[in-house]
Design a protein around this ligand. Structure first.
Ligand code: NAP
Length: 361
């Protein structure tokens, strides 16, 4: 396939930007992030399914009609954010790339592809330099966790992680938020809950199942898709393919904000005071330094930062505990995606002509 040449100077020019899934939870948050960060957009192309044709999205004071996402939607588009379904990213992202767009994908489809960088800009921005047109944004849970542990890794290396997540219903998009709302209403009305998005009623409950189960070879038990994403994506972002990661992912009746309890076994000894210093100095991370205080999803929702508290030494020694909370729709999705785009622009990587051979992806 012929390589496309771009002549745009992405460091200065305003861009033609498509958002696939513009009517969804992440898509809507992306539009807010563009406005807040004054992202340079000349033309916004909001895309969704045929169900949304006739709707519009509000952007910079104007109503812009939503159209159905098709291969032709990407003609003339410089940058395409995908925030819809995995299967749509699989079929349409290469079409966008073939038409000269760079794709930043929020789905799980491309994350573990060897030719696709998986990027958290504060941690591994240099991975962008080799992109082939598609850049993957990690899972919302993974981003918060790796942001919290990266400063500890830089200070003392990593040997092992033991993670329990408590994930908000908006991690499953607008349907997840609606399900919690309906079930809360049914609870108040004394009616039985109707369950479709989650594995069990989520209102007034805690459900230790996030996503579908699959069997891990060499083990006797299945792991959920969120658990395997957390392990595999953390290893890729941190470039530690053999990192020992143990994980349990739990859905909780919180609207926005994923939390995680993380036990970190470091390579070299690290005191809690040293860990706190490293975490507090890391960009994009806010440390709550008082060990008796902790960030909560309610307090953190709406923030672009990852919040860390309860940093303490494990009672058995040589390990650090921390508690991390981040807004899954912002740093866990939209903010990270826009930061990737900003990095691409700063690095002059939107006009690189190396990615158009879509047969390789
Ligand atoms: N929610 C999070 O915290 C989070 C975090 C990280 C990553 N992600 C990922 O981001 C993506 C979007 O998630 P979300 O939470 O925003 O979901 P959502 O609220 O359910 O929104 C889904 C969006 O995708 C669109 N869509 C669905 N099927 C489509 C199709 N066949 N053609 C075109 N558009 C289609 C929907 O359009 P209609 O309105 O027309 O149906 C809607 O705009 C998913 O891949 C998800 O895994 C989500």
């Amino acid at each position: 396939m012929q390589a496309l040449k771009h002549s745009r100077d992405s460091r200065n020019a305003a861009l033609d930007v498509a958002v696939v899934g513009a009517t969804g939870a992440v898509g809507q948050t992306l539009l807010n992030c563009f406005e807040e960060r004054d992202f340079p957009i000349a033309r916004l192309v909001p895309l969704a399914s045929s169900r949304s044709v006739g709707q519009s999205v509000r952007f910079r004071g104007a109503e812009i009609a939503v159209t159905e996402a098709t291969p032709e939607s990407f003609e003339g588009v410089d940058l395409a954010f995908f925030a819809a379904t995995g299967s749509l990213s699989k079929s349409l992202a290469p079409e966008a790339v073939a038409r000269g767009a760079v794709v930043i994908d929020k789905s799980g489809t491309w994350r573990m592809n060897d030719r696709v960088p998986l990027v958290v800009p504060e941690i591994n921005p240099a991975a962008l330099d080799d992109h082939q047109g598609i850049i993957a944004c990690p899972n919302c849970t993974t981003i918060g966790v790796v942001m919290a542990i990266e400063p500890v890794r830089r200070a003392a290396g990593l040997e092992r992680l033991v993670i329990t997540t408590l994930q908000a219903v908006s991690g499953a998009g607008l349907p997840g938020m609606e399900e919690l709302e309906h079930q809360n209403r049914a609870w108040t009305d004394g009616k039985p809950p109707s369950v479709s998005t989650f594995a069990a009623p989520i209102a007034h409950n805690v459900v230790p199942v996030c996503g579908d189960f699959s069997h891990v070879p060499g083990t006797d038990g299945p792991y959920s898709s969120e658990e395997l994403k957390l392990r595999d994506e953390s290893r890729k972002i941190l470039a530690l393919p053999d990192l020992d990661v143990s994980m349990t992912c739990v859905r909780v009746p919180v609207e926005v904000g994923h939390s995680a309890s993380v036990l970190i076994e470091t390579r070299r000894p690290l005191s809690a005071a040293e860990a706190r210093r490293a975490i507090g100095a890391f960009p994009g991370v806010r440390l709550i330094d008082d060990p008796q205080q902790a960030p909560t999803p309610r307090a953190v929702a709406g923030s672009d930062d990852v919040w860390v508290g309860r940093v303490r030494e494990d009672l058995s020694g040589s390990r650090i505990w921390l508690w991390e909370v981040s807004d899954n729709l912002r740093k866990g999705a939209a903010t990270n995606a826009v930061q990737i785009a900003e990095q691409l622009m700063q690095r002059g990587l939107l006009e690189a002509a190396v990615w158009a051979d879509r047969d390789r992806l």
